[in-house]
Write a protein that binds this ligand. Structure first.
Ligand code: ATP
Ligand code: MG
Ligand code: MG
Length: 547
């Protein structure tokens, strides 16, 4: 692989190691377990785990599970599974909820220093006094409570004396601060809710800003990498760490990655699942890691994609075509070739005897000779694609037409002599003769044909269910459209058809990818059973979005 220059975060890390500020680095990937990971998370995973592959140190997996209402252990399991599948392993599996006691102590310390207070205001009242970016806010009437009063009230908040939303704990910083997030931010809220790990132990929960940086610090994370929208939070992150005099982790921001023709927000993806616009989080149309996996994407292709898009300081939209390019590159190297006819037209080889099967051979993967060859049965009745025959061929049409010759891949050259139409004028059968001595690999005829077609023997063909996917949304930038994002769902994103496959496909393993010659890459779906094969089209062979 060619040497790539360092991205700006790698440059920071390299400088920190060279200056001796650190001898090793610690990063973390901090998902909130409120949904499945998507392609945007893949960028963050590659960045965080990639840093400690390149530089000395390690990466933790920390579940940022401070919001009891939306979180679930199903999500925890899927996240771990997806990260491992991506090819990364964490040093420690950690949960922000394990720090609830420590965070509570931190809050007591702030109160004791006179730097936090219990506020009885409603969220509307708090918002009303917040001010605007150009005007200072106003102090809450509860801001001047004594330390003793605050300690007692906070204790009561914890022990369940107050209903949801009736009080908060706020940092006492500066209601005129130029950074709105520093105007006495809320640190704790009351929520009588069951938590997926701590059960009913707590009815107060720390806000993101009072949990994230402190968790980083507890774990002595050196480089805490998050997305750009958290840049304004950095000042508060630093203030809390400095005020509590705890380990100084540092936050760095990079741009979120967005993919066109889809959404990368767990909240929106959850809606698609709950309202049955898709068949679950791992529906092959979803931009989730589990959806991409089921679609036939490989970890290598996703890592390559993340590598190519790199790390940016400014947000932009990435073309899904690049992701498709990456999977084509990878599967071209790895996928075995098989012939599958998706829209069959019968071909009768009139000079080939009935009831006879002749074995042909073809390479499993021309990119990898070690994969050997496979047998393909050739018989009198075959299927080719309907689109590979034209009654009246256009000028550059090198496929089958009356009087024309083509090669059947791995088999003989055939010539079309005649065709049969039904009462509706539809062509139902093409009648051909095969050219003796033209078999692939032992052709002595000297005949040159321009077209090579895929085909299957009609009596040997396996009927397989083939799921063809299109973009999930019909507009490029879903979030910039007016109204509900679901109005832009592509109603034709799934097309289920029956394909006719050569017998060798029977041996496919679950999840295994194949190149169906001339048709694209397809992966065996877990819905398959011993008597029904199901394949998902991962991607077509060439980029035909432009068409
Ligand atoms: P969502 O809006 O989808 O819920 P999130 O940021 O709330 O995303 P988290 O579970 O908090 O989801 O994300 C875990 C990590 O992944 C965070 O560090 C976050 O910044 C990063 N991340 C999430 N989405 C993207 C994205 N689109 N591009 C890059 N990084 C992302
Ligand atoms: Mg988040
Ligand atoms: Mg979120």
């Amino acid at each position: 692989k060619e040497e790539k220059s360092l991205n700006f975060i790698e440059e920071i890390v390299e400088a920190d190691l060279q200056s001796g500020k650190y001898t090793q680095i610690i990063t973390r990937f901090p998902p909130e377990p409120n949904g499945y990971l998507h392609i945007g998370h893949a960028s963050s995973i590659c960045l965080n785990f990639g840093l400690t592959k390149k530089f000395p140190g390690y990466t933790n997996l920390r579940f940022d599970d401070t919001n009891p209402v939306t979180e679930d252990t199903e999500y925890v399991e899927s996240i771990k599974n997806d990260i491992r599948w991506m090819g990364f392993e964490w040093e420690h599996e950690l949960y922000a909820s394990d720090y609830f006691d420590t965070l509570y102590d931190f809050a007591i310390q702030l109160i004791s220093k006179g730097l936090a207070y219990v506020d009885d205001s409603t969220s509307e009242e708090i918002a009303a006094l917040k001010g605007t970016p150009t005007e200072p806010g106003k102090d809450s009437p509860f801001r001047s409570r004594t330390v003793e009063e605050n300690l007692a009230l906070f204790e009561q908040m914890k022990s369940g004396a107050f209903p949801d939303g009736s009080r908060t704990l706020r940092a006492k910083i500066d209601m005129a601060h130029i950074n709105m997030l520093m105007r006495d931010p809320i640190l704790y809220r009351i929520k009588h809710a069951h938590h997926h790990r701590t059960g009913n132990k707590w009815c107060i929960y720390p806000m993101y800003d009072f949990a994230h940086g402190q968790s980083d610090s507890i774990e002595t994370v050196t480089h805490s990498i998050c997305t750009l929208e958290f840049a304004p939070h950095r000042e508060l992150y630093d203030w809390i760490i400095a005020t509590l005099e705890i380990y100084p982790s540092h936050q760095y921001e990079f741009a979120r990655r967005n993919l066109n023709y889809t959404v990368t927000s767990k909240r929106k993806l959850l809606q698609l699942v709950q309202e049955n616009h898709v068949n679950g989080w791992d529906d092959p149309r979803m931009p989730t890691i589990s959806g991409l996996r089921r679609r036939g994407y490989t970890p290598e292709s996703i890592r390559d994609f993340c590598d190519r898009i790199g790390v940016a300081r400014r947000e932009n939209m990435i073309d899904v075509g690049l992701l498709e390019f990456c999977v084509r590159e990878d599967l071209n190297r790895k996928a075995l070739r098989r012939m599958v006819v998706l829209d069959p037209l019968k071909v009768v080889i009139t000079n080939f005897p009935e009831g006879v099967t002749e074995m042909c051979h073809s390479e499993n993967n021309p990119e990898d000779i070690a994969t050997g060859v496979r047998e393909i049965p050739f018989t009198r009745e075959l299927y080719i694609e309907k689109e590979d025959f034209m009654e009246v061929p256009t000028k550059k049409y090198f496929r089958l037409a009356p009087g024309k010759m083509v090669r059947l891949k791995g088999a003989y050259i055939i010539q079309c002599d005649d065709f049969v139409k039904d009462e509706n004028g539809e062509i139902t059968e093409v009648r051909c003769t095969y050219i003796e001595n033209s078999k692939s690999g032992q052709d002595t005829t000297g005949i040159h044909v321009k077209g090579t077609l895929h085909w299957v023997s009609a009596s040997h063909a396996l009927k397989v269910e083939v799921r063809l996917y299109d973009r999930l949304f019909s507009v490029e930038d879903v979030s910039s459209e007016e109204g509900d994002f679901k109005d832009y769902i592509n109603p034709n994103s799934l097309d289920v058809i029956t394909g006719y496959a050569e017998p060798a496909l029977q041996e496919a393993n679950e999840g295994e990818s194949f190149q169906f010659l001339r048709k694209g890459y397809f992966a065996k779906d877990p819905d398959s059973s011993s008597d029904k094969l199901v394949f998902n089209r991962t991607v077509t062979l060439r980029d035909n979005w432009a068409k």
